[in-house]
Design a protein around this ligand. Structure first.
Ligand code: ATP
Length: 369
């Protein structure tokens, strides 16, 4: 069983920099865990501590039933795949994949079986005699994975394995990795900058900022129920729109009034939170995703209570969808609309909001309400 537990993990580098602060995570066997966050937030540091390539300053790392803080990397039963592949240039693909097993004095017949089995899984059987320099980036990445697979590790660690590949290859390799996870039935821990990789591959995603965990959740929950303003802005592209909303008490209950005058009656759950939290008369941050702002006539007519006019600054078409950029007060807003839209750059369009999915955040603590 390859469950892992990280309890109150801290990392302070020798220069005094605190890269990871009180990191807690229980990983179940066969999970596909993703670490995401902006550059420098500590993703690789956590991964390297799990691998044993970096000392743990404080806290407990358990793999299976063993506390591993002081266990040598080679004894952790973990395989790591890096973004730069780290293949031996003078060895063939076969030799690269066989290397670790050879060192471990595994029988050559078994090595041969394992290398061929992994090569088949990754569709690189025809490349086994080539040297790395005669391979494309995507092929090299497959070899690097093959080298990890033959060792049959309990846990796979991957640090931005696709970041050196072009966009098309990344998509292909994403599918390869997803299938690999299903086939191997092993625990994967994967670091990426790429939201699409995170959302499509992860069973759970860990969002980090400045060494501190912001939220650990399924891709769907991160998208639909972000715990704070940072997660709401980080997950989703184009990012969620954030507007200032005044909280006012009217005859029929609590309302949110946006800068452009749009007046929204808060739903019962939010109304309770705003009342008990003492928000009446102050302001909160109102969040709405670009796909929840509509310009379709039938939608606008049916949602007159949230309708407003806006001057389109930029019209951007992506084929299957159109992004419209405009301002509400001083705030830049993006709407993601259907390509059949009548909106034109430089003209005024009427929009309405779908309030099924709006978000509210405390403007000081930035925590979701
Ligand atoms: P990226 O996405 O850019 O790879 P990351 O989230 O993986 O970033 P880490 O590599 O974990 O970030 O680094 C976290 C922080 O620790 C960064 O601010 C980095 O500069 C710092 N750091 C990393 N290694 C060291 C080191 N050996 N000494 C001091 N600081 C370090």
């Amino acid at each position: 069983m390859a469950q892992l537990s990280l309890e109150h993990i801290y990392k302070t580098y020798p220069n005094g920099f605190e890269a990871v602060k009180d990191f807690n995570l229980d990983i179940k066997d066969k999970e596909f865990i993703i670490f995401v966050g902006p550059s420098g937030c500590g993703k690789s540091t956590v991964l390297r501590m799990i691998a044993g390539l970096e000392d743990i300053t404080d806290g407990t790392l358990t793999i299976g039933d063993t506390i591993c803080n002081d266990v040598e990397p080679k004894d952790r039963d973990i395989a790591m795949v890096f973004q730069n592949y780290a293949l031996y240039p003078h060895m063939t693909v076969y030799e690269n994949m066989a290397f670790a097993l050879k060192i471990a004095k595994v029988d050559s017949k078994i090595i041969d079986e394992k290398v061929h089995e992994a090569a088949k899984m990754l569709d690189i059987e025809k490349l086994l005699d080539r040297k790395p320099k005669a391979l494309s980036g995507g092929q090299r990445q497959r070899v690097a994975m093959g080298r990890a697979i033959v060792r049959n590790p309990k846990v796979f660690l991957m640090d931005e394995p696709l970041s050196n590949l072009d966009a098309k290859l990344r998509v292909q390799m994403r599918v390869v990795i997803s299938k690999l996870h299903q086939k191997l039935g092993t625990t994967f821990i994967y670091v990426t900058h790429d939201q699409t990789e995170a959302m499509t591959l992860g069973t759970r995603i860990v969002v980090l900022k400045e060494g501190v965990v912001q939220q650990i959740d399924t891709p769907q929950n991160l998208y639909n129920k972000p715990a704070n303003l940072f997660v709401a802005g980080f997950i989703g592209s184009p990012q969620m729109n954030f507007l200032k909303a005044n909280v006012v008490l009217e005859k029929d209950g609590v309302h949110l009034v946006l800068e452009n005058g749009v007046n929204i009656k808060a739903d019962a759950e939010r109304e309770k939170k705003l009342m008990t939290g003492g928000y009446i008369g102050s302001s909160v941050i109102f969040g709405i995703r670009p796909e929840d702002i509509y310009d379709k006539k039938s939608f606008v007519e049916a949602h007159q209570d949230t309708a407003f006019d806006a001057h389109i600054d930029v019209y951007e078409t992506l084929g299957a969808e159109v992004y419209l950029y405009f301002n509400i007060g001083d705030t830049k807003v993006t709407a993601r609309v259907d390509p059949t839209t009548d909106a034109k750059q430089g003209e005024t369009t009427t929009f309405a909001l779908d309030l099924k999915n709006y978000h509210l955040f405390n403007k000081d603590t930035e925590i979701a309400l």
